[in-house]
Design a protein around this ligand. Sequence first.
Ligand code: HEM
Ligand code: HEM
Length: 187
Amino acid sequence: MSAAPPALRNTEVTWGLVARLFHWLSALAVLFLAGYGFWMTHLAERAGRLAHYQLHSLVGWYVLLLIALRLAWRAGSPVPALPAELPRWERTTALAAHWALYALMLAVSISGWMVADTFRQPIEGMLFGVIPVPHLVSSRAYREAIEGTHMVLSYALFALVIVHAASALRHHFGKKNRVLLRMWRGG
Ligand code: HEM
Ligand code: HEM
């Protein structure tokens, strides 16, 4: 007898395949953008930087789309509750941290989109080869402030991700509950 196919949708107790794919895909993409963003602005040869900014922006627009789809999917399915044996403060903190992660992913992506518009020659994007990305900013007046905002928010997101990943590992190895497993393989 073959095993049952994995459930696509979440249940009250675990994450479905779609939510898990969204989580790990966006985690990889965000970590990639953070590392690439740091490298291209501080370490890459100056002459080639603009091409890297273009690639970083293009990946960034797809990531923003991915986050929007992820939130839409989340709105239409149940969200598994955290284990009831966790103290109330811990459940509240986890919930707040998850919303802060979503808010920061959106804010970092939108501020990046704004930076892309403040170059002498604004960065152009074409999604799936056919959808032109509109411009959000038409003046270079606030370029430095926008650039600084994108940088600070990116590093804040990165810091929160470290705390988030450490908490997930603490659940798995310290508290020995299924919080990490249910995001990794559901069940
Ligand atoms: C979660 C998504 C993103 C992350 C984690 C991220 C991260 C970063 C980081 C770490 C830097 C370097 C900051 C510094 O030290 O100066 C950077 C720069 C940049 N990012 Fe992003 N980024 C994201 C999304 C985007 C998006 C969506 C766009 C545009 C559509 C974008 C456009 C840029 C540009 C143009 C720069 C260069 C800024 C400059 O020096 O002029 N980023 N990003
Ligand atoms: C850029 C990296 C990451 C981001 C942006 C991120 C973001 C998120 C968000 C927003 C949630 C809440 C899901 C929801 O309520 O819809 C979540 C859940 C979760 N994340 Fe991450 N995550 C990242 C990396 C990681 C890593 C590296 C681990 C493991 C070491 C991890 C483990 C988990 C687990 C176990 C949950 C589920 C918690 C639960 O079942 O209530 N995440 N993540």
